[in-house]
Design a protein around this ligand. Structure first.
Ligand code: 5GP
Length: 185
């Protein structure tokens, strides 16, 4: 069998992508966020709730930067479908495994865009009796906000561009990129 041409098959060095935040910048900022959370939650045992699938890679690096006795849970919601425009609808497609009553929650999200997803989740978690809820988002697009949501820990503010990589997809592709990129159109 003939070997495929490495240059033309590389996902990491795709000519269709422009690097917006490289891997070193991501790792440095995530370590800082982990240190902030470690300091703010000293003596407590926060539960990190990861919004699947996009935040999974961020969660795994952030969690390893938090020097506390933490636990995880996972939730999946559908908002976007396969396209690049939000439909405005939020639906839980995979719910949490454990009750939230009395827990100090840190919601871990890949990107805060219109705010629909996180405002829905914060209200939902409040109604389930969480003691406190904070938001840690890797990326924030302030220009796109439709509903006021304030994140407590923000990795990077970015411009209104559709980004991929480090968990974020375009039609399920690019989640494994070690950097945040913009798809060239
Ligand atoms: P919001 O509800 O704040 O509008 O959107 C949050 C969700 O929309 C994110 O979790 C993510 O799935 C999706 N999203 C928003 N902006 C982008 C983007 O630039 N790239 C990708 N891949 N997904 C995005």
């Amino acid at each position: 069998m003939q070997e495929p041409d490495a240059a033309s098959t590389s996902e990491f060095n795709s000519p269709n992508l422009e690097v917006l935040i490289d891997s070193q910048q991501l790792q440095k900022r995530i370590r800082e966020m982990g240190a902030e959370i470690t300091r703010d939650y000293a003596g407590r045992r926060p539960e990190l709730i990861c919004v699947l699938k996009g935040a999974s890679i961020f969660l795994s690096d952030l969690a390893r930067s938090i020097d506390l006795n933490i636990t995880f849970d996972f939730i999946a919601v559908s908002t976007y479908g396969k396209g690049t425009n939000s439909t405005g609808e939020v639906k839980i497609v995979k719910d949490l495994d454990e009750p939230l009553e009395g827990r100090n929650i840190i919601l871990v999200e890949d990107i805060l865009d219109t705010g629909l997803t996180l405002s829905y989740l914060v209200n939902n978690f409040r109604s389930r009796g969480a003691t406190s809820i904070r938001i840690a988002t890797l990326l924030n697009k302030p220009e796109r906000r439709k509903i006021k949501v304030d994140a407590d820990y923000v990795g990077f503010d970015i411009p209104d561009k559709f980004v991929v990589g480090y968990g974020l997809d375009f039609a399920e592709r690019y989640r494994n990129l070690p950097y945040i990129g913009v798809v060239k159109v």
